[in-house]
Design a protein around this ligand. Sequence first.
Ligand code: SPQ
Length: 427
Amino acid sequence: MPIKLHTNVEGLNGELAIPGDKSISHRSIMFGAIAEGETVVTNFLLGEDCLSTIDCFKKMGVIIERQEEKVIIRGNGFEGLNEPSEVFDVGNSGTTIRLLLGILAGRPFHSVLIGDQSIGKRPMTRVTMPLQLFGAAINGRKNGEFTPLSIMGGNLKGIEYKLPVASAQVKSSLLFAGLQADGTTTVVEPVTTRDHTERMIKQFGGEVEKIGTTIRIKGGQKLTGTSIHVPGDISSAAFFLAAGAIIPESEIKLTNVGLNPTRTGIIDIMKDMGANITITQNIENEFEPSGDICIQSSALKGTTIGGEIIPRLIDEIPIIALMATQAEGVTIIKDAHELKVKETNRIDTVVAELTKLGAKIDATEDGMIIYGKSELTGGMVSSHGDHRIGMMLSIAAALSKEDVYLENEEAIYVSYPSFFDHLNSLI
Ligand code: SPQ
């Protein structure tokens, strides 16, 4: 059943504590499980994707206790992972399946991985092919490209690998395999991507060397359990940053948001577009920087987004596209082919759904062109099962004077279960 969204909103005002970062939450469980001793995670994201990660590690016998957003993992090293008697179901989570494959690549047992319909369409050869070079045996539908996948790991040898696509998931998967391989593994990225895995290796007492876009890791390292405080997810904050910028008479404060420089492309672009944004950095934290962000509505202008900034804002492109519909002039988004292989083809879904609401927007081969400023109208829109599309459309509806209905709103719960409560609290 479609839900009726809030429309004709006259200003969003108030303060929000943004829930924990999804990328960091996944990794905290994975590293907690392969480290030795107890890991305590606070402000863990209770989104469905991260709960899928917990479920997979429980199936390998790892003891994981959860009290609300606090999670305790009792790790016993890589050797503490046992052959699962059940299939791993990663649900909608690309991060879970790709990073888990890197861990399983080094384990001398058999496992099978499946996910939902969207996962069944996402490319896996980008991970399975280099993991096979390490020595893992992996099979899957269409020559290993799609789920269901099966893997038999063990006896890995370090590799040198140049990533053909800028992907933090592929890089992280190879680093997990590298930790279990004989010798050194070298991964070269075409462009720097989010570095939460590298930061977390150090937080767990491991070593990883990074020179420019080259990352080296030695196999056989022992990691030790630690404490992880997960900062708020800047990709979730992005919906309220954009809403605050484009809904007139808005003023919103977002507290304790992750400000890792590999994730803050949205802030750079918003400043470039003329957004009234103020950041107060928390006391410098070597693990993951964070701070408070204030946004006030202001006039925006179009811009061009492409090149090295793309991996720093890849998940924010749907909401940036909406912002661009409210900016004066043309916005061009290019070099963003990767959007085609996310939970949906995000070039197609953004263009189709915003067009339904009256935006002027064209799809291109590697992005989109948005012509501002357009008045948004009512209609029936769909998340297409993609959380970021669902949240973007909920903010778009707030600008419309007519009724807007959203199909498949439940997709939002994979990364932001309290999204609608937070939106309502600002109206
Ligand atoms: O986990 P999933 O489904 O791949 O989630 C997405 C998202 O929008 O939340 C992508 F669709 O985020 C990815 C991100 O796009 C999370 C991620 C990570 O945690 O390492 C890295 C990015 O993907 P990639 O393919 O560029 O490595």
